[in-house]
Design a protein around this ligand. Structure first.
Ligand code: C2E
Ligand code: SIN
Ligand code: FE
Length: 386
């Protein structure tokens, strides 16, 4: 390859890299992609991306150990990586084992033999260090100044992608937390076991969506939007909502408004998750045959999200005790759902419900014990299941 061809080749690789990096919003996947690309572009054996955790003052990275990925953590200031993070300088080391700063810990853990290292700080647009790039074992020779220049370019592209992904993750986590707290507020008056109830609705809906063959993204959406289906109950008076026993016709008319209140609370939201939650809140009592409320929508006029949550909601309501009814046996509830196929419920959704019924039953049995109402929230959120 001539020098010009070589530069053209680098340019092409870099443009491709920029494109790939700007598209991925999942941080772990992004880091894997970056490491792979760096290996290809620098023609080296290994690349690790370390991310600075400001809370613990450590740098973490994922390393492959056999089939598994393990998280390793290096204290700020320690080893080559920690040195680069604390000083902000680039280190180009020909033989790591001759360098005092090198710690052998990671090599010992992975069984890898590090020879040359090119380690460079990852800086964001404001110049703050957010991590460290470490490329290892250049094929045939040590890293040269071309490699340094290339890694410099790569690292500025990578840093913006990484910051984006970090922002995206923290944003959606706080979104999810807000959503969950809203849902709890709406439910705690008429459910003794709010946390379990919400988790059930969420899991059943996700299972059914999965059974229907919806893409992962949609399963995720319905998992997090479904707990808000009854948010409109905040607008219903205690005297009606908590009435032990049968409601009068007027009282039931009042209750029906929880769908409209819910839609009002959630409408015009910017977040796509809340837009879905709005559809679910407004239409989860519509029936497939057009006899539901509030708008007597029919069939496909009802959002698929609402058609799914309606099955999950009725199954859960039947299997739970309410001030107005005892709990049913799940098998009886299942028969009821099947009896309403094509009437209250979309036949395809009932088929999906049947397909995943085993999983639903496991979930149901799991939640039958005692649970805490509010304290479990953060823990549940971290497990990403309500
Ligand atoms: P919920 O208790 O969460 O019930 C949700 C849905 O599950 C109900 O929507 C209904 O479709 C189904 N469901 C619940 N229990 C039974 C049951 O014993 N038999 C049958 N066939 N279906 C049942 P629905 O009917 O539109 O009610 C909406 C909400 O209105 C209920 O939510 C509950 O909060 C309230 N509600 C309904 N009926 C009564 C009642 O008789 N007394 C009181 N206090 N509240 C009621
Ligand atoms: C380091 O000392 O920071 C590098 C350790 C390794 O990659 O094995
Ligand atoms: Fe409802």
């Amino acid at each position: 390859m001539t020098r010009v061809e070589e530069l053209e080749n680098f340019l092409r690789l870099l443009v491709n890299f920029g494109g790939v990096v700007s598209k991925e919003t999942n941080l772990n996947k992004l880091l894997e992609i970056i490491a792979e690309q760096v290996k290809t572009i620098l023609v080296c054996d290994r690349c690790s991306v370390f991310i600075l955790d400001r809370q613990t003052n450590e740098l973490w990275s994922k390393v492959a150990l056999g089939m598994q990925h393990t998280e390793i953590r290096v204290p700020f200031g320690k080893g080559i990586v920690g040195h680069v993070a604390s000083t902000g300088v680039t280190l180009n080391i020909q033989d790591a084992y001759q360098d005092q700063r090198f710690t052998h810990d990671i090599d010992k853990l992975t069984g890898y033999r590090t020879r040359s290292i090119l380690a460079m700080p990852l800086k964001n647009v404001s110049g703050h260090i957010i991590g460290v790039f470490e490329a290892m074992n250049k094929a045939g020779k040590p890293f040269n100044t071309d490699d340094e220049g290339l890694l410099q370019l790569i690292s500025s592209l990578a840093a913006s992608g990484i910051e984006n992904a970090q922002l995206y993750e923290s944003l959606s986590n706080s979104q999810l937390e807000t959503i969950y707290r809203l849902a709890v507020t709406a439910e705690y008056r008429d459910q003794q076991d709010t946390a379990i109830h919400l988790r059930h609705i969420s899991e059943y809906s996700a299972l059914i969506a999965h059974g229907l063959g919806l893409p992962e993204r949609e399963v995720h959406n319905i998992r997090y939007a479904s707990p808000l289906h009854d948010i409109g109950k905040v607008g219903i008076a205690d005297a009606i909502l908590l009435k032990p026993g049968k409601l009068t016709a007027e009282e039931f008319e009042e209750i029906k408004k929880h769908t409209i209140y819910g839609a009002k609370i959630l409408c015009n939201a910017e977040s796509s998750l809340l837009q879905i939650a709005c559809k679910v809140a407004s239409s989860h009592h519509e029936k497939f045959d057009g006899t539901g409320y509030p708008s007597r929508l029919k069939g496909e006029q009802i959002s698929i999200y609402a058609r799914i949550v309606s099955v999950a909601d009725v199954f859960d309501a039947l299997c739970s005790q309410r001030v107005y009814k005892p709990k049913w046996d799940p098998e009886k509830a299942r028969e009821y759902i099947n009896g309403e196929k094509g009437k209250a419920f979309d036949p395809a959704v009932v088929d999906a419900f049947e397909k995943v019924y085993g999983e639903i039953l496991k979930m149901h049995a799991l939640g039958d014990g005692k649970s805490t109402i509010i304290p479990g929230i953060t823990k549940e959120l971290h497990r990403h299941s309500f």
